[in-house]
Design a binder for this molecule. Structure first.
Ligand code: FAD
Ligand code: 2HG
Ligand code: ZN
Length: 495
């Protein structure tokens, strides 16, 4: 747990410990069931999805309204009580759980859709709406969330915004920095910053909402968001023919994965909505663990797999494009084998192969996750280098089980997962800082989409200059002068 892995982090002595009076105050703001102090119930809020990070928060608060959040934060700020905002607790960098005894404020009960406009497609909702539930709400109205990811059944839209999650369709629908139109956030002193704009264009002053997108709970607690949502290509309410296609292909080399991508961009162009790849190690784990009953539909194992999706508005047109594209790949021996989903169930089944990879990687006992952006031609080299390195250091076997590469190829985003029987300092030391140096030397980013959290707070310098980190710390100081919001995370605390 945390204390074993981050022995250098000391609990800040300027932060107060929670007292009985504090709990009594929380109970004056929230109903009794929304102030959790029971050890068993606290556990799930204190431990992260990977079971890698664990804090010891003595109290979890479940506000329902922005006003309650404001009262709670104002009190915590005045009392110097540290706070960790938490959504669905699916983050992968230890950012959403306490390090020591910080109070968790969870958005679990803040789950109402506030409004939806079916002309502009703008939805306004509470931060605690579960991504999949919100997407279902939009689906009934012929729209969809621009963001999709494997944790959709648990993650909250506020958590997505706080983490600036990327996901499976970033390639097509873009970053939350573009699709989020407004944010409502509560600052540490209790100020409610109401920027729930529904406007696509608004050049009046600094775009403050952008500060909260990707701030990982270090500046305030996001209580509401407005999102510009696209039409859903498979919605029956759309008059023109709905169209979604998913194809999965087996490929012999990473060069051929790149050739497939180059062709997809050229031949599927405007309808291409996802381009995901994974290696044979990932496929092997999914096969072995059959998470969510995911099954490899291709007859032979291949070194690489690619999943491509198209979203369009005219099925005949999209089918023709996809067929011409696949024929071209086969004729030119770019891909070795492939399948095209014939119905909704097969679409889900192909996607589940890809979406099950993180969970399959967790089955070994421990998993080290690195989420990096690197220029596409170099993307897989890091996986190969890491595999050779761990082999040459004699760590593969009882300790390190496998080195896996997959990710959002279309965005130059690699997920390097290293599975092990247990979290062990020898493994950490073999991987870090090697992996960060490798990425920096290729002008990459050490966090493409998962954020910095606790894991990378002290490594931000590999991707951002000292001047940039300094400005970030000044902004933090201005917004959160007492440093109560998600301490120990994101970047090194200023002395
Ligand atoms: P949490 O984990 O609860 O929190 C994440 C961070 O945001 C923490 O720092 C927390 O303090 C802060 N935070 C949470 N809510 C608020 C709030 N309301 N206000 C202020 N700060 C807040 N990420 C991707 O980018 N792309 C993927 O494809 C992807 N796939 C995933 C698949 C799986 C199976 C899993 C487990 C995770 C995946 N992730 C992915 C990681 C990811 O960041 C998230 O799942 C998601 O965005 C986190 O949302 P959450 O509600 O669970 O946030
Ligand atoms: C994904 O793309 C997620 O599946 C998780 O971002 C990646 O677990 C990982 O490393
Ligand atoms: Zn990802």
């Amino acid at each position: 747990y945390t204390s074993d892995k981050y022995p250098s982090i000391q609990r800040r002595t300027d932060l107060k410990k929670v007292s009985a009076e504090d709990v009594a105050f929380f109970r004056s703001v929230l109903p009794p069931t929304s102030v959790i102090t029971n050890e068993d119930d606290l556990f799930t809020y204190n431990v992260d999805w990977m079971r890698k990070y664990r804090g010891r928060s003595p109290v979890v608060l479940l506000p329902k309204t922005t006003d309650q959040v404001s009262k709670l934060l104002a009190y915590c700020n005045q009392q110097r009580l540290a706070v960790v905002p938490q959504g669905g607790n699916t983050g992968l960098v230890g950012g959403g759980v306490p390090v020591f005894d910080e109070i968790v404020i969870s958005t679990n009960l803040m789950n109402q859709v506030r409004s939806f406009d079916d002309v502009s497609g703008v939805v306004a909702c509470d931060a605690g709406c579960i991504l999949e539930v919100l997407d279902g709400y939009l689906g009934e109205r012929g729209f969809m969330m621009p963001l999709d990811l494997g944790a959709k059944g648990s993650c909250h839209v506020g958590g997505n915004v706080a983490a600036n999650a990327g996901g499976l369709r970033f390639l097509r629908y873009g970053s939350l920095h573009g699709t989020v139109l407004g944010v409502e956030a509560v600052l540490p002193d209790g100020t409610i910053l109401d920027n729930m704009s529904t406007l696509r264009k608004d050049n009046t002053g600094y775009d403050l909402k952008q500060l909260f997108i990707g701030s990982e709970g270090t500046l305030g607690l996001v209580t509401g968001v407005t999102v510009s949502t696209p039409r859903r290509p498979n919605a029956s309410s759309i008059a023109i023919q709905p169209s979604v296609n998913v194809a999965m292909v087996g490929v012999e080399s990473f060069e051929k994965v790149q050739a497939t991508f180059r062709n997809a961009k050229g031949m599927l162009s405007e309808v291409l909505s996802a381009f995901e790849f994974w290696d044979s190690h990932a496929a092997g784990l999914v096969r072995a663990h059959a998470v969510n009953k995911a099954q490899d539909p291709l007859s032979a194992p291949y070194p690489f797999y690619v999943l491509m999706e198209t979203h369009g508005s005219n099925k005949e047109h999209d089918d023709a494009k996809l067929n011409a594209f696949l024929e071209h790949l086969m004729e030119n021996e770019v891909v070795a084998d492939g399948v095209v989903a014939q119905d909704e169930a097969q679409i889900k089944s192909l996607w589940s192969m890809r979406e099950s990879i993180p969970e399959a990687c967790s089955k070994a006992g421990a998993v080290y996750k690195y989420d990096v952006s690197i220029p596409v031609p170099k993307l897989y080299e890091l996986v190969e280098d890491m595999r050779s390195r761990l082999e040459s250091m004699g760590l593969m076997g009882d300790l390190v089980k496998d080195v896996i590469g997959y990710g959002h190829m279309g965005d130059g985003n690699l997920h390097l997962n290293i599975t092990a029987s247990t979290y062990d300092k020898r493994v950490t030391d073999a991987i870090e800082p090697y992996v960060y140096e490798w990425v920096a030397s290729h002008n990459g980013s050490i966090s493409a989409e998962h954020g910095l959290g606790l894991m990378k707070a002290h490594h931000i310098g590999y991707s951002k200059s000292a001047a940039m980190v300094n400005l970030m710390q000044q902004i933090k100081q201005l917004v959160d002068p007492n440093g109560i919001m998600n301490p120990y995370k994101y970047f090194p605390e200023r002395a």
